[in-house]
Design a protein around this ligand. Sequence first.
Ligand SMILES: Cc1cc2nc3c(=O)[nH]c(=O)nc-3n(C[C@H](O)[C@H](O)[C@H](O)COP(=O)(O)OP(=O)(O)OC[C@H]3O[C@@H](n4cnc5c(N)ncnc54)[C@H](O)[C@@H]3O)c2cc1C
Length: 369
Amino acid sequence: MKIIVIGAGMVGASLTWELTQAGHSVTLLEAGEAGKGTSANSFAWINSHGKPPEAYQRLNAAGMQAHSELAARLGKAPWLNLTGCLEWRAADQQQAMQDNVEQLQQYQYPAEWISAEQLQALEPEIHLDGTQGAIGWFPSEGWIDTQQYIQLLLQASAAEGAKIVTGSRVNEILQEGNTVTGVKTSDGTLHRAELTINASGRWSDKSPYNDGLATRLAPTTGILIRVPAEYAPVSHVLATPLFHCRPDGEGVTLLCPNEGVYDIDESTPASRVSELAADIIRKATAVWPKLSELKPEQYQARMGIRALPEDGYPIVGPTEGLAGYYTVVTHSGVTLSPLLARLVTREIAGTPVAELEAYRPSRLSQPKP
Ligand SMILES: Cc1cc2nc3c(=O)[nH]c(=O)nc-3n(C[C@H](O)[C@H](O)[C@H](O)COP(=O)(O)OP(=O)(O)OC[C@H]3O[C@@H](n4cnc5c(N)ncnc54)[C@H](O)[C@@H]3O)c2cc1C
């Protein structure tokens, strides 16, 4: 089948690879550079804890498994860093954490308690003040180098015949009656296809997606701070009461304040983002005292905007009453992309996928109140 995928982030790259593997003729259209949307500004932790209900928790666990299976299929996966995750929470969150770990253990998800001594053995450079409470250890989790993932999958797809077009914005979705027949790009080119897939992440609710085609999103914004690892050495994903952090490639640690710590959105000026980054670094000196020596010119802070559907869950499937059109937009897209791409490819071949039934676009199609 001739298929157009719009958007070269984690989702679009995964779809392009999986659909090409299945023998489809895929054209991937990307407005800017591949991988530079939300996927470039993500914490990129692959995990499935704190993701109720059970079906969604299991979908994310299967997403983690799909990363390992993809690595085995390709014979290499330099993007996959299965470091494990260590978590501790604030005093008022102890019961919630207890409940979460117990629930995960019931689901057979790797989750255990460890002592402060064991934590120190895993992360000898961090300072604990003794108030951290219970510590959770999630050995199957880790993080993804999204840029390596996307580049390698696109190269592999192109080598097998996929057409990857960057710097080409889709300006119009072509429709004949109740069928989408292709797209028109910014240079005026018409691309015809039997199926067009909206993998445009946080832009999937904007032009050219009109009322019938657009997703329903409620984006939230995060801050990501890259600091030299010598000031904040870490070798696992850490989820702490104030921020998440992890290694970010050679010599770099990535800090991401937890959602709700700061009230920001797309319109927040860069100067305010810098102030908030300085504040989180100041607070993180409790964990790494050496951070107090870090100068502003030694770290970079940026914003990431989540492609968050209104109810928080993925939007995957065709649009009712419209042929030739399919949507794949999700938060937790780093964790879920390889799995969703595999399930969507199966569905496009004609086999309905039960795991996707809860995530159809129609559930969000009612007019906004
Ligand atoms: C702060 C933050 C932390 C996060 N942490 C995690 C985490 O720990 N774990 C996790 O699993 N997920 C996490 N996420 C979510 C995850 O990053 C996203 O779900 C994922 O990156 C979305 O990928 P995508 O391919 O849908 O979107 P994107 O990477 O944004 O790609 C969409 C692409 O579509 C292109 N595009 C848009 N419109 C058009 C058009 N008209 N024509 C052509 N191209 C177009 C854009 O240029 C863009 O490149 C986080 C996100 C943020 C912001």
